[in-house]
Design a protein around this ligand. Structure first.
Ligand SMILES: C[S@@+](CC[C@H](N)C(=O)[O-])C[C@H]1O[C@@H](n2cnc3c(N)ncnc32)[C@H](O)[C@@H]1O
Length: 854
């Protein structure tokens, strides 16, 4: 029960929670200090650190890890802290003198280089009091800190964004040279907490006690609640300190005199108010209470995102506010409060009609008007062309370009940018396709005005139509993108059908056997998708040298490249057999995503070429598959790749063991892995750094709404570039060379045979020597000589007795016995002999087999 609650509450069990668990930190907040330290680098050089409100001790653990070995670390909290090596802890209330005395007793004359404060009072009362209590605690921690900080020291505190926030910042800036507020990535967005890093403590000789007195620094929450005017509040002495008229006006988004920290505003107010931005700025929440407001909630434009945004305006970003303002405009249009601007032409005409002018002046004005219109039109079209160019360039850079003339001839000139028939201009391409009856099925004719209609529209040139055609254009573009997606899926299907390896990969992915590095899934991770987005683990995986998430894909990429060089454009060829493919089509199909598409069935010759080229590819899947038809596509089994696959074929829990085993068996196999290993060994980096680096710009990419072909392509190429060093490459090369120079199997067998023969010879020699030894007739000396001779012979490499081959022709024909001039062993052969010997062997074999052959 408790667990389930934990999961839903703010998504508590996020990556930092898991990381903290994995790295043995007592609280996920440890990462906040790690990230703050990474940014401001204050722990490594500190020799004394005080952590106020330190329980359960996450920050203390970090301090103890990052600070020099012989530094002093003291932690204080209301609750006891379990012991941490080389950390002293007290139980005390940081707002009391007792706490100060305890610290003084521990530190003696020492001054602290760093004072940390991550305190949070027991909340749960009214919001106003909670916020006030937090601010008060911060001020108390500052009061304690200034008593112990060394000059130039650092004070880090957690602050909540409330009405008192600016006052606190002001006080900090009076005491420290540098004051910066920051929100580390590990601090949840929904939390109002911010960390203020105050550096270079000025250590003034005298500090005005008002700076550290909540009564002077903050608004009194009591008066806030009772609605007292600030100026009349006897308690509120801020005016003395801050000159609030100058400093406090609207800085924190609340009106002066408005002491309510949590403000609700009705949706009607937001919709009807002429200053919607300030409504958003002032309110915490927009409510929907009246019948009409509730009806707005049911409108299609009120998406779940919009509803969530209205819940807490203080955590929204710029984009969210924009969305809310758009929503407001839509609702106003619905209510008839907002009307679209009338075409300027209409106004112009009305004015013209109402004015009484003489004919000449009228002509003159008409001319001017037309000139202005023409200029405006030209300007618009120039801007449009430029936009298209920019988009095209961006798309080219992102490899998103999609010439849609697949299977149709298109002039090469169409690839040139900015021209009317620009192949990347989706609208034009669509038009072209429609003319040719290509893939236009997906975009119905009703949706598409005819060319003539479009021309008429363009001639018109009024603003409204420009807007409309823009919308129409957007709509068509999205239809075309859907087109593109479906085509891409069709290609993938085809590829699947034709390519056994691809099929096997897909099947394995479906089965979930080949789990990519999408993060370690804890049992309590509900969102399966999250992990795939948390690509940080990919980097960690790379760091461990155990695999590349896309390596499986690239496995079947590689062999194709050679083939691709010969036949860059298979699909295009298939679509248009008679004609050579256009350049646009080639460009399109030269993208990686089409590497897998198989050769058309009727093109056997090329298929063979392809087979030859890939015959040494690395997957061992054909055995598993038993797929005869595709067997020729692949050859067998380099052991490494099999091992790699084994590594992925394990259950979640055993992944780490499998990785370890893999590394032990095969070592680190990539230069990236070796580089990172070297850095780890030489302490140039730490595991924590690697883990932190894992959460980078690649980690949380929003993949929503992106076409699948783009995502596939991105999965291959948009990934972190792990650095490699020359040494790492050299190590791997040396290892490869060593591998290459190892004897191949046959040589090893031959050597084994040789060894065996030598052993047999020695054994024989020993036996003979024993025989000699046993002979009674020989003297001891003779025996010794004989045995030595035998052993020498036995140890010596057996010399192959050379047999001299004498062909029985010419002078040797028909002679019997040893031919003249031939010494040693010899064999007489004649031209027929070889054949006859073979025939004889064959017949003997046949006889030996009896009638079995028949
Ligand atoms: C968010 S936790 C601190 C977590 C800590 N930084 C860590 O990493 O483990 C806030 C702590 O402030 C402590 N606290 C609140 N008021 C305090 C006070 N007046 N004196 C001492 N500690 C206090 C609470 O007991 C609580 O343990």
């Amino acid at each position: 029960m408790g667990k389930a609650k934990k999961k839903t509450g703010k998504g508590r069990l996020d990556k930092y929670y898991k990381l903290a668990k994995e790295q043995g930190y007592r609280a996920r907040s440890a990462f906040k200090l790690i990230q703050l330290n990474k940014k401001y680098d204050f722990l490594e050089s500190a020799r004394c650190c005080i952590d106020l409100c330190a329980a359960p001790g996450g920050w203390l653990q970090v301090a103890s890890k990052y600070m020099p070995t012989n530094s002093v670390i003291v932690g204080v909290d209301l609750v006891p802290i379990k012991p941490i090596p080389r950390v002293v802890t007290f139980v005390a209330d940081i707002t009391t003198v007792h706490c100060r005395n305890l610290l003084r007793g521990e530190l003696k004359d020492w001054k602290a280089d760093v004072v940390l404060h991550d305190g949070a009072p027991n909340v749960g009362t009214a919001w106003v009091q909670d916020a006030y209590a937090q601010s008060e605690l911060v001020l108390m921690s500052l009061k304690l800190a200034v008593g112990f900080l060394a000059k130039g020291g650092t004070f880090i505190t957690k602050v909540f964004r409330s009405a008192d926030y600016n006052n606190l910042i002001w006080v900090f800036s009076q005491l420290f040279a540098k004051v910066e507020a920051t929100k580390p990535p590990s601090s949840r967005d929904v939390s109002a907490e911010i960390f203020v890093v105050c550096r270079e403590f000025l250590a003034p000789k005298h500090i005005d006690p008002k700076f550290l007195d909540p009564k002077h620094v903050f608004k009194d929450p009591g008066s806030a609640l009772s609605g007292h005017d600030k100026g009349s509040s006897a308690n509120n002495a801020l005016a003395n300190v801050f000159q609030p008229e100058k400093k406090r006006r609207r800085r924190d988004g609340y009106d002066d005199g408005d002491y309510t920290l949590f403000t609700k505003t009705s949706a009607s107010e937001f919709v009807h108010n002429s200053e919607p931005v300030s409504v958003l700025g002032l309110a915490n929440k927009i409510t929907f209470e009246t019948e009409e407001e509730k009806r707005w909630l049911g409108l299609g434009i009120t998406t779940p995102d919009i509803k969530v945004n209205f819940e807490d305006l203080k955590v929204l970003g710029k984009g969210d506010f924009k969305a809310l303002l758009k929503w407001r405009i839509a609702v106003r249009e619905e209510l008839g409060l907002e009307v679209r601007t009338k075409p300027t032409a209409e106004f112009t005409e009305a004015v013209e009609i109402s004015e009484v002018v003489d004919e000449e002046q009228q002509i003159q004005e008409e001319l001017e008007r037309r000139n202005a219109e023409a200029a405006a039109k030209e300007k618009r079209s120039r801007r449009r062309t430029n936009e298209i160019k920019t988009k095209t360039i961006q798309r080219l850079q992102l490899q998103m370009t999609a010439p849609l003339d697949i299977g149709l001839e298109q002039n090469d000139a169409s690839l040139s940018m900015g021209q009317d028939d620009d192949v990347f201009d989706l609208v034009n391409t669509q038009r072209e396709l429609r003319k040719r009856g290509g893939i236009s099925k997906l975009v119905s004719d009703e949706e598409m005005p005819s060319d003539e209609e479009e021309e008429v529209e363009e001639m018109d040139g009024s603003e409204e139509e420009a807007v409309d055609s823009e919308e129409e254009r957007e709509r068509r573009i999205s239809a075309l993108e859907a087109d593109l997606d479906s085509m891409y899926n069709a290609y993938r299907e085809k590829a699947k059908e034709r390519n056994a390896k691809y099929r096997v990969e897909a099947a394995r992915k479906e089965k979930g056997q080949l789990e990519e590095w999408g993060g370690l899934k804890g049992e309590d991770d509900e969102s399966g998708n999250d992990s795939s987005e948390d690509g940080g683990w990919e980097v960690v995986a790379a760091a461990k040298g155990v695999g590349d998430p896309s390596s499986d894909e690239s496995d079947y990429d590689e062999p194709i490249s050679g083939w691709k060089r010969k036949r860059a454009n298979p699909a295009a060829t298939k679509c248009n057999d008679a004609q050579p493919p256009s350049r646009a089509t080639q460009v399109w199909f030269s993208q990686d995503i089409f590497k897998e598409v198989g050769e058309p069935d009727d093109d056997d010759e090329h298929e063979h070429e392809h087979v030859d080229m890939v015959s040494n590819s690395s997957l061992s899947l054909q055995d598993d598959q038993g797929d005869k038809s595709s067997a020729s596509d692949f050859e067998i089994v380099p052991a490494e790749s099999r091992g790699d696959t084994d590594m992925w074929d394990v259950d979640g829990d055993n992944v780490d063991q499998a990785k370890q085993a893999h590394i032990q068996t095969y070592g680190l196999t990539t230069a990236e892995a070796v580089t990172l290993a070297q850095q780890l060994v030489s302490r140039r980096t730490t595991k924590t750094h690697l883990l932190n680096d894992g959460f980078n710009r690649y980690s949380l990419n929003d993949k929503e709404g992106l076409p699948s072909w783009f995502l596939d392509n991105e999965a291959k190429h948009y990934k972190p570039n792990v650095p490699i060093t020359k040494e790492a490459v050299a190590i791997l090369r040396a290892r490869q060379r060593a591998l290459d120079s190892r004897p191949i199997k046959k040589i090893a067998e031959a050597k084994g045979r040789k060894k065996l023969r030598t052993a047999q010879r020695v054994e024989r020699a020993i036996k003979r020597a024993e025989g000699v030894n046993a002979t009674a007739e020989m003297s001891e000396r003779e025996k010794a000589q004989q045995i030595e001779k035998l052993m020498r012979k036995g140890m010596a490499k057996g010399k192959k007795t050379e047999v001299k081959v004498i062909v029985a022709k010419g002078a040797h024909k028909g002679i019997k016995g040893r031919p003249r001039g031939v010494k040693g062993r010899y064999a007489m052969v004649d031209a027929r002999m070889k054949k006859e010997v073979r025939a004889k062997k064959r017949s003997e074999k046949a006889k030996g087999n009896g009638g079995r052959r028949r």
